[in-house]
Design a protein around this ligand. Structure first.
Ligand SMILES: Nc1ncnc2c1ncn2[C@@H]1O[C@H](COP(=O)(O)OP(=O)(O)OP(=O)(O)O)[C@@H](O)[C@H]1O
Ligand SMILES: [Mg+2]
Length: 249
């Protein structure tokens, strides 16, 4: 085992043993030709300068959903000092998707280590800011997901995040979060966002299930797989997976 992962120094925030177990199961899966597809790590950065638009909620939900839909092994990284994703993971019973720390050598080295370990997808949550650090995180993305709430303030704030993504020449996709069905605000949001770039054709609506799941360590889909919230996340991931495939070619 050691020879197979000679440089792996990743540490799962839940337990050191876990990442080791994950390596063993990855190896077993590889040998069986299962789960870990080993097609190379893909990285999705969830970013928005605006606070409270759903970055953390969507990071957790999409990571779990990507794994459920069979992308392979999924890791999450919390780059936000607020630590909301880490807080959610701490109360989570399931050990996957793994939450990993950024190595002292930096994010690029961390992603390389994940790639070497056969991880297929890494979802990175970011703080609500426009900083050098966000720019360098975005620079590592294969795809940047920008959630936006359908409110005039949020829509105005989107430009600063888009600038960072465009400067890094990274593909991006918007998603409307906390949408209220048939409201004029949503129509305005769709119009405003689609002027900047591609917009996911699935809105995530304002649902108590999403808020409740973040205190519970699970996702809305894990709590109730038949819920509307679960359905929206499943459709959103299916769309994002298609985009990811397209930008990776
Ligand atoms: N679709 C939704 N429906 C209902 N509540 C939601 C939804 N999405 C997010 N929330 C709630 O809105 C709040 C903000 O969400 P979240 O923490 O994911 O945003 P954020 O962009 O990560 O915030 P920050 O910028 O502070 O990191 C949380 O209480 C979360 O539970
Ligand atoms: Mg957050």
């Amino acid at each position: 085992m050691k020879a197979f992962f000679p440089n792996l120094r990743l540490r799962c925030q839940k337990s050191y043993a876990f990442i080791w177990n994950m390596k063993e199961s990855l190896l077993a899966c590889k040998q069986a030709g299962l789960q870990a597809r080993g097609t190379g790590l893909k990285t999705i950065v969830i970013a928005s300068q605006k606070g409270g638009v759903g970055k953390t909620t969507l990071t957790g939900h999409l990571a779990v959903e990507a794994e459920r839909q069979g992308i392979g092994s999924v890791a999450m990284i919390d780059t936000d000092p607020q630590g909301n994703l880490s807080g959610w993971f701490k109360v989570r019973e399931a050990e996957t998707p793994a939450l990993v720390r950024v190595l002292p050598d930096g994010l690029r080295a961390t992603l390389k280590a994940l790639d070497d370990a056969g991880i297929d997808l890494c979802m990175i949550d970011t703080p609500p800011a426009i900083t050098e650090s966000i720019a360098s995180t975005v620079a590592e993305a294969d795809l940047v997901l920008i959630p936006a709430k359908p409110s005039p303030h949020d829509l105005r704030a989107v430009g600063a995040t888009v600038d960072i993504v465009e400067r890094a020449k990274k593909p991006m996709v918007f998603v409307v979060n906390q949408a209220v069905a048939r409201s004029k605000l949503k129509t305005d949001a769709v119009r405003a966002l689609s002027q900047h770039g591609p917009l996911a054709p699935i809105d995530i609506h304002n649902r108590v299930d999403f808020a409740a799941s973040m205190t519970d360590g699970r996702t809305a889909g894990e709590i109730d797989p038949k819920s509307a919230a679960a359905g929206e996340i499943a459709e959103l991931w299916t769309y994002i997976a298609t985009r990811l495939e397209r930008v990776s070619k």
